[in-house]
Design a protein around this ligand. Sequence first.
Ligand SMILES: *Cc1c(COP(=O)(O)O)cnc(C)c1O
Length: 797
Amino acid sequence: MRTYTKYEFLDLLEDKLRKQRMTTVDDATDKDLFYAIAAIINDEVRQAGLETVKRYRQNKERQVSYLSLEFLIGRLIESNLVNTGFKAVCDEVLTDLGRSPRAVYHEEEDAALGNGGLGRLAACFLDSVASLGLAGNGFGIRYRYGLFEQHIAEGHQIELPDNWLKEPYPWETRRAEEAVTVNFGGSVDYITDDDGNYVFTVTNPQKVTAVPYDVSIVGYRNDVVNNLRLFKAEAADHLENATYNSRLDEMNAIDQISAVLYPDDNSEDGKLLRLKQQYFLVSATIQTLVKRFKQTFGVPLTQFHDKNVIQINDTHPTLGIPELMRVLMDEEGLDWDAAWHVTTQTFAYTNHTIMQEALEKWSYDLIRQLNPRVLMIIEEINRRFCEDKPTEDIEEIAIISDGLVHMSRLAIVGSFSVNGVAALHSEIIKNYTFNAFYRLTPDKFNNKTNGITHRRWLQNANPELSRLITERIGDTWVTHPEQLEQLMNYTDDVEFLEQLHAVKFSNKQRLKALIFEQTGITVDENSIFDVQIKRLHEYKRQLLNVFHMMYLYNTIKDNPAINMQPRTFIFGAKAAPGYKRAKEIIRLIHAVADTVNADPAVGSRMKVVFLENYNVSLAEDIIPAADISEQISTASMEASGTGNMKMMMNGAVTLGTMDGANVEIDERVGRDNIIIFGLSSDDVIGYQHNGGYNARDVYTNDDRVKRVMDQLIDDTFNHGKSFDDLYYHLLKDNDPYFVLEDFTAYVEAQERAAALYQDKKTWQRMSLVNIAQSGRFSSDRTIKEYNQDIWKLHNNQ
Ligand SMILES: *Cc1c(COP(=O)(O)O)cnc(C)c1O
């Protein structure tokens, strides 16, 4: 990609403003500038994209297709500027014009086509695949409305539609000429061909057009531009319905398929429309890949898997397995064995959860309604798979049982690789969740610890820290993040530690201003910024954090003169709209915040802040300012976490349980540089299998626990409406997430954190070690491992 001087870039900008926005630099709004800059980027990127495709074609390259129902990409303008190399010159031109680059870039709507970690992972992966020069593309759905926008009214979460396409999205290109047709419903017929084989056809299906919208994925300064293809559902041009009104009805029904992202994370959502979205995505993708394969390679489809690998992000795209079987057999004439060989050499499955309520199961009847031929194929896969298996194992491994199709089982049987997303999680999968499958095919199972793109989460989100790092160790860390480890040479360099501290302090001042602007709360930038930002879920245990805040408040009220480390507790969290208990926890955070922040007896020792509408852009503002990273999930339940990695990379110290990737963070930084507490995953799994935990005993025997519990239902924190559900749930349902059991250990860990923070030198050193050891958690490392062990693509760099 070419480079520009300031003057050349300004010329281009003026030209785009004139021709595309009909304005001048003097009159341009921030929005005009945003669109003009996007146009400059697109001119370069689309050219490079064409050349990338041409190169892949000429080299007949094997490619990975990353299938995901979620891509939480956030704003693209800064990462596109960084990766094209235009960022510095663009910043400079805007600044010279007296404009704020930040204000201009923030004109972009956050593309929130995902819920949380799983969707953000897919976005980080695309960045790393392109930046490593690998031939890989994403496939997803272009939801008209992304994840809801969260507003808080008197402590209650209100959901508003996320109208992110209200204005044109500059990064997408509609490709109507590459649309494919997805069939829903209908009935299955068959004829017998000359060789006596059955040939299946579906009659009277509902035909839905899947129209691709392509978004360029720019590699970091390497001229590689890959693609994210997002499908939109549209009615076919000639709907065959009888009347105009029934045609309109059908058009509306079809629009619904890509209308909204289901706001659901870590729980199964049994909606028919969601299943339709899944089949819509996989059918459109598989048809596209088969078509491209035939056009590009000119060899029989029995070699499809030599040129294609499909990574499925959790079970949501699992129907791709029977769909590829269907296309290979019914449309391309392969027999079962040949099609099965190709399919099982093509698919690789990433598991993201072991929680039973999140493992997808769809009713047999629903899948028949969705597409009867696909159901037939699933039945046959199941029949053949179970045929030679011992009866005592069948209950644990049957793909279809009790009228339900177990998507994770279908995914395992149909894939050549099954991976978990952190070392601990991958062990739990092998030893518990999918143990029967592991015993059958141990070699399929592997681990790929998650990662995050350091280009977005460090280089771009924390420019001051990036500059400081580069001053010390040069800039090779940008392409080789493991080089951050060179920073270990400075752990006793007082000057460097002070500089690091100064950067954190200025990031905290910026966040302080944002907090004031959003909430009217004034926080102390000298206090600990104690941050828990992630989706609201009981297993993530925001409630444990709240109980500790209540306990601290009680301590201050009991000893008004007590001298303690000032703290600012910062939350960001969306709750799924139907998840009542999670919404009650949001209400509780606000109730505690209102009481604590308004109590003159507390003063500046403690503030509680909830920033509404947590999303990628807000995360980019908060993370550089975090001192403590709260990663306190019930051990065994957080598969990996990636928020932990983002905060570590920005110098926050993790306060967490031995869960998910925390275990590997602990391993990297050493126990002196992380604060670990609470039950282990073995403890938790032991309690779950053999009982032995009694929440009421903890409540009865621990005065501090009893006091905060009772405050859920008295009037200390509530303003008229108490938190009965939370209170009774913990006692009657025996606290399934072990909040009460871990309370004492958590309070003790928080006390250790405060003491360490007060020893400034020690804390600064801990912070530095975390940054220095974070290179391993770059998604570049993760993607290299996927490629070496699973994808085996040619390396273009
Ligand atoms: C990274 C990220 C997540 C995942 O956070 P966890 O703490 O790993 O659950 C969720 N949402 C957004 C917006 C993120 O950027």
